[in-house]
Write a protein that binds this ligand. Sequence first.
Ligand SMILES: [Ca+2]
Length: 305
Amino acid sequence: MKRRLILGILLLVSSAAAVAEEAPYGKGMSEENKQRVFLDDMEEMSDWYNGSPDESKLSNSTKHVKQGEKALLFANVIDHTKGETNYPIGWPRTGKDLGKEKLTDFSKYDFFECWIYVETSRQSLPSRPISVGFYHSGHKRTTHVSLEAAKDQWTKIIIPTSKLLDRADVPRLQFNISESDYMHGDRVDFYIDDVVLTRYVEPAINEFAVDRNVLFSNDRHITAVYSLVGSQGMEQVTAELAIGRDNTEPAAKASGKADRRGDLSLPIDRRLEPGTYWARFGLRDAAGNLVDRKQVEFRVMEGPF
Ligand SMILES: [Ca+2]
């Protein structure tokens, strides 16, 4: 009898410890979990065209380099009088045909990434100093993305391929500036390097939020809104959502099928005391082991009724 009681206590202690210590084994959104393919390492620039020779000069530079030995230098002197006849205040640009190297299909990749370093004669840059355009087949089908970049430093650009109008069809890539954002005579030089497509291999949680940051005590559900990445093993993972306070057992939990982008609703079968709560969203493999987890906080308030 005494032995059984001790065994029972031991089991309780060990299961409590297991809950507290459970840590995801996966690589999550780390660089270690990423595969990369070069769209261009910028060691050689002959396949980049200069769409605005009156304002722009292209060269390979060793002055600011992020990867390898060279970067593409897209150097511009803003001229509000020259350029295309109808658009003297135009769009200096440089781009590359991706068809030659058969790099037009971005659909197997999660992100387009590159690095940009900016030098300028200006005190500060416009809020969106440069844009990147992803050109799709067909008339006037382009995904334009305005980019933030800082003066005198490298900025990492990351664009989810899911934002593209047609990510399976990107025959051309182009960077451009808009001269109307600049003053006549401004000098602005962009060093562009390490232009890649990336994808995460193991399943990982990219985004997670709850549908409401404040719940009332008598509310009966909360929903996780999430997106996942991972090129392998996604079919085997399940999603789970739990809520609770401090280090205690969850007040409620639920699990369901994991989608690349989805939501998971969690029914709450009891009144929640007011206070600060955690919501943990996790991914489990077929064996039930935790692959990845993200946590956010929300508040519970007394209801209006
Ligand atoms: Ca390079």
